[in-house]
Write a protein that binds this ligand. Structure first.
Ligand code: SF4
Length: 470
């Protein structure tokens, strides 16, 4: 029986985290095959919002052919005496949570990256109209966020209308992000945490600071602050920053304590400004993922909608799988695009001086935030298609990582020349490095604080690794 009598399927928190596979889906809305899609929340004056109104522009669910993927725009317009524009990001992110409460309905990602599926079973039970979905959203918005006094919801499936509205939605996101830039982590004593993605990744908590946007790119520090104040029992909460344990790596006692508590002791340390040792956890809905390329000692970054293989031969989906699930994986880091505009962007690892490969689209988007002396030294898919050609490109451009190669070679030579201490007979030094993650073709090898002599090297597949942990 449904929580709402006029909705043919159940609605409740137990459906959060429910995955709908391709074979079980009736239709897909947005997603990787649809270029233009969005969800947007706007705060409007009271007289401009018709409370409870649901509008559908274009074909309704029942008119969409089974098995297809369709463009979708969702516009939530809210009004309230104490509601202001600063809350738009918070309202918008709730769309994700509330839609996932619907039995047989899955919502992933955010903003211009949304990806939804309606399951066959729920469609057969009668969930066949955006009118019903709008009603659920309306009721949850009104009951969960009483600060919203009126709300109207519009679903757009007409591709011409979506095309028309899409650039304005992108401009809204950019304006919101730009407003949040400027404040520094050192200037505040409270960070914010978000546990909304724990339904998909139980050991994941986003730590949101002024200079580190949430992984999904949908919640800034200001959004976190607003959300925690209007809904203190909600998924977004304050984190007293506590003592600075390591300013360079971004380690704070308050963040560690919170992580330990919220992940049942699974994560005990989080370093906010590095991809190594104790990187921030990655959920699954991050906008982009950073991946370490050991052959050049630099980072590649790839975003969700990048098609094809990255420079190391792996597509976004494979790299994302290596990072996702609420784990801390050395050298892999799910993150927002906005984090790339921050001065703290992998600051402890060298920041932009460590980035060697980016999709052209992302490079264009963040170009103004890449230091001028490095921008042309970062390769894109247009410059190189393999690690070998990347190496040659970086050498030719004299990218800052090239200097590290020379140092490393010199260090290795020195090590090799030094007398070996307490090394078993016949062993030869394999590598010398503080942290050396190696990934290629589905294999993962992580070497830490290493001066390693080996008689035998064992390589395990990630699959084996995952199976063991289960
Ligand atoms: S990615 Fe982070 S901030 Fe965004 S919804 Fe998930 S947990 Fe919250």
């Amino acid at each position: 029986m449904s929580m709402f009598k006029d909705i043919p399927v159940d609605v409740g928190v137990i459906y959060e985290g429910e995955r709908i596979r391709r074979n079980d889906m009736h239709i897909e809305l947005g997603g990787p095959t649809v270029k233009e899609k969005f969800e947007l929340a706007k705060v409007r004056p009271m007289n401009e919002v018709d409370d409870g109104k649901v509008t559908i522009i274009g074909p309704d669910i029942k008119d969409l052919k089974e098995g297809g993927a369709y463009p979708l725009g969702i516009l939530v317009e809210a009004a309230g005496a104490t509601l202001d524009q600063g809350l738009e990001g918070v309202i918008e992110r709730r769309i994700h949570g509330y839609l996932n409460f619907i039995e047989g309905f899955m919502h992933l990602n955010q903003r211009y990256d949304i990806w939804m599926r309606l399951g066959k079973k729920s469609f057969q039970k009668g969930l066949n109209s955006f009118e019903q979905i709008g009603k659920v959203l309306y009721r949850l918005f009104k009951s969960e966020l009483p600060i919203i006094e009126k709300v109207q919801i519009t679903f757009i499936t007409d591709p011409v209308k979506i095309k028309e509205m899409y650039p304005a939605a992108l401009a809204e996101y950019e304006a919101r992000d730009a407003k949040a830039r400027g404040l520094k982590d050192e200037e505040v004593d409270t960070f914010y945490g978000c546990a909304l993605c724990q339904s998909f990744a139980p050991t994941h908590v986003c730590v949101i600071t002024p200079q580190r946007y949430s992984n999904c790119g949908a919640i800034s520090w200001f959004d976190g602050k607003a959300s925690a104040s209007i809904d203190p029992k909600g998924p977004v909460f304050a984190i007293p920053r506590g003592e600075v344990i390591n300013a360079e790596k971004g380690e704070f006692s308050g963040v560690n304590e919170m992580a330990k508590k919220r992940t049942m002791g699974e994560v005990t340390k989080v370093w906010l400004y590095t991809a190594f040792d104790h990187p921030h956890t990655s959920c699954g809905c991050f906008e982009a993922v950073t991946f370490y390329i050991p052959e050049v000692d630099g980072f590649g970054v790839v975003h969700r909608s990048f098609k094809g293989a990255t420079v190391n031969g792996l597509p976004f989906s494979t790299i994302a799988d290596s990072a996702a699930g609420g784990r801390q994986v050395d050298g892999f880091h799910g993150m927002s695009i906005e984090y790339m505009r921050s001065k703290k962007f992998f600051a402890a690892d060298g920041g932009w001086n460590r980035v060697v490969w980016l999709p052209k689209e992302i490079k264009e988007r963040v170009k103004d935030f890449i230091p001028a002396d490095i921008v042309d030294k970062i390769a894109t898919e247009e410059n190189v298609q393999s690690v070998e050609s990347l190496k040659a490109f970086l050498k030719e451009k004299n990218h800052p990582v090239v200097k590290n190669w020379k140092e490393e070679t010199a260090a290795t030579v020195e090590e090799a020349a030094a007398p070996a201490e307490a090394v078993s007979e016949g062993a030869v030094p394999v590598v010398t490095a503080s942290t050396l993650p190696i990934t290629a073709g589905g294999f993962k090898i992580i070497l830490k604080d290493a001066k390693i002599y080996a008689n035998k090297v064992i390589i395990k597949t990630l699959k084996d690794d995952k199976a063991e942990k289960r």
